[in-house]
Design a protein around this ligand. Sequence first.
Ligand code: Q9C
Ligand code: ZN
Length: 342
Amino acid sequence: MRVFFSDQHALHVPRYGLSAEGRVSPPDVPARVDAIRATLTRSARCDAVRAGRLPDGALQRVHDRGYLDFLRTAYERWIAAGETSSGVLPDLFAGRTAHRPGRHPSNLAGWFCFDAFTPITKGTYVAACAAAACAVAAAEAVVAGERCAYGLCRPPGHHAGRDFYGGYCYLNSAAIALETVRPRLGAAARAAILDLDAHHGNGTQQIYYRDGRVLCVSLHADPADDYPYYWGYADERGEGPGEGFNVNLPLALSTGEMAYGDALRKALAVIEDFGPDLLFVSLGCDALVTDPIGGLGLEPDGFGRLGEQVAALRRPTVVLQEGGYDLERLGDAVAAFLAPLA
Ligand code: Q9C
Ligand code: ZN
């Protein structure tokens, strides 16, 4: 199986994360990609390929222009305004009654961002574009006839919506990849996005909420207990032409492999019914029991059994990396998941 990567992810270096105790070391570090690549290169079934440039217009098919302008220029405007080099972070959030985005990059961040720990650093925009390019390359490979391809995307993407960001995500790589290849799938084609990150994929959900040609199914920790808190409940089912094509399967924090596997069977039955021509898997590995910020009771070899279930669907499959922060076991989880699809 081809594994598409970029070196530019390393340009995105958040300086700190946040916990109730204050600043802590950030979970989304460049070493995540190194860990995954190191494990995958040891596997004979994986063939690492550097992703090419992002095609022109790819971002604009998914994200709003005003948001993209902000994301591209935020860091330089932040520095020009005399702020520190640790990156753009809001200190005030626009909230539901807000009227205008303001002008200072901090206020713009408070308009577009929904959390306090997703900084825009010097290289964030370039890195996020490179992550999207990995996703596009993987989708192109599958549309060209490969049974499965993997995009080693970092930063992740599933929390980024049309005009918002958060959860360490800036650009929705899965949506960008799907929209890039969609013209080649034919007018009646259908795609499904199965999100296995431990956190609800609120960005992906928003992008396709009114779209009946793209089925979004997400397994995640119950948002009543875990990030992103405001989205991911079972009654979010899509709207208008998209009604019934968004499926959320919230799970208890005490979920283990058995219950997770049952939920995945349910998800795959819904996907099978829908009959997608192309399947995307937003593969977060933060459901690992040892993940420092996630944890839904899975062990690395459990990801292998999830991969077997997905492989049994026998659909052209694009697997994209989302979260997963246990550097010790992240690579093993990814390798185990991909093996049955290779
Ligand atoms: N007090 C992804 O896995 N939780 N994003 C941080 C800070 C943030 C995870 C808690 C979880 C975001 C792609
Ligand atoms: Zn996550």
